[in-house]
Design a protein around this ligand. Structure first.
Ligand code: NAD
Length: 264
């Protein structure tokens, strides 16, 4: 199967690093025009420079906008009017204590992890429906199904994304637009990589050993016994964005290394 996305315009939110960066690269390799997004001018410029060096033929642009705010989302849509592919990748997590956490922390995470995607979908999906083709992907998490007790707020946002994704798929059924969620498991992205590096430094062990300890204590049901790479997650996303994936909509697709112990 050869995935060809020439002529399609894609937006990947939060794509200067981590999983988003790998998705942006994969979509560009498949021929799509790709819009990179991040909060900082320098980080967006650096990601663009790196990707352009890697893929000189690719059509890449950048938008600096903090999508955790309505103003940031408005800045994105003002600069990029239309898209055929929208990957709502932006998201973060913080370890926290349920009993100590403030209302504002819950609401801020909801804005960043959920509303960024809701606002982008609200703007871009009607155009996809009008043109009769579109792909929307929400990057959720296995934490949206197996809620981690050390970040219940994060689990809540990742379950919310599954609800939004499924609901939106229902709403646009039969239009040529598909909407799906992808659920990564522990992945060597920037945020988790930095966390594992810091843990390794503190404990005088290697990053691989820190990852193994994480899996043994926090995700013992893994079937692959390692973190996934950002590219492994991106591969699933590129597939659901392809012409060939036209039969898949409303799905929650796992790239979690088997962490979730259920069949469907
Ligand atoms: P990351 O922190 O490594 O990368 C996040 C990217 O988003 C960076 O480019 C960052 O600059 C950008 N960003 C952060 N806040 C932003 C904002 N307000 N506006 C615009 N850009 C912003 O993260 P990651 O681990 O690659 O995570 C990507 C997605 O995958 C998230 O939705 C996360 O919940 C999900 N996920 C990650 C893992 C994992 O193990 N890494 C597992 C499951 C799900």
């Amino acid at each position: 199967m050869k995935i060809e996305l020439k002529g399609r315009k894609a937006i990947v939110t939060g794509s200067t690093a981590g999983i988003g960066r790998a998705i942006a690269e994969g979509l560009a390799r498949a021929g799509a025009s790709v819009v990179i997004n991040g909060r900082g001018e320098q980080r967006v410029a650096a990601a663009l420079q790196e990707l352009r060096a890697l893929l000189p033929e690719a059509d890449l642009t950048g938008v600096v906008a903090d999508l955790s705010t309505a103003e940031g989302s408005a800045a994105l849509v003002a600069q990029v009017k239309d898209a055929d592919i929208l990957v709502n990748n932006l998201g973060t997590a913080h370890l926290n204590g349920f009993f100590e956490q403030k209302d504002s922390e819950w609401l801020d995470l909801f804005q960043l992890n959920v509303m960024s995607g809701v606002r982008a979908a609200r703007h871009y999906v009607p155009g996809m429906v009008k043109r009769g083709w579109g792909r929307v992907v929400f990057i959720s998490s296995e934490s949206g199904v197996a809620i981690p007790k050390e970040m219940i707020d994060y689990g809540m946002t990742k379950t919310a994304q599954l609800a939004v994704s499924r609901g939106l798929a229902e709403l646009v059924g039969g239009t040529g637009v598909t909407v799906n969620a992808v659920l990564p498991g522990p992945t060597r992205s920037e945020i988790l990589g930095n966390w594992m590096k810091a843990t390794a430094g503190e404990q005088g062990i290697t990053q691989e050993e820190a990852e193994q300890n994480f899996l043994k204590t926090m995700r013992p049901t893994t079937l692959i016994n390692r973190f996934t790479t950002t590219e492994e997650v991106a591969n699933m996303v590129i597939y659901v964005c392809s012409e060939q994936a036209s039969g898949t909509s409303g799905a929650a697709l796992r790239v979690d290394g088997g962490v979730i112990r259920s069949i469907p």
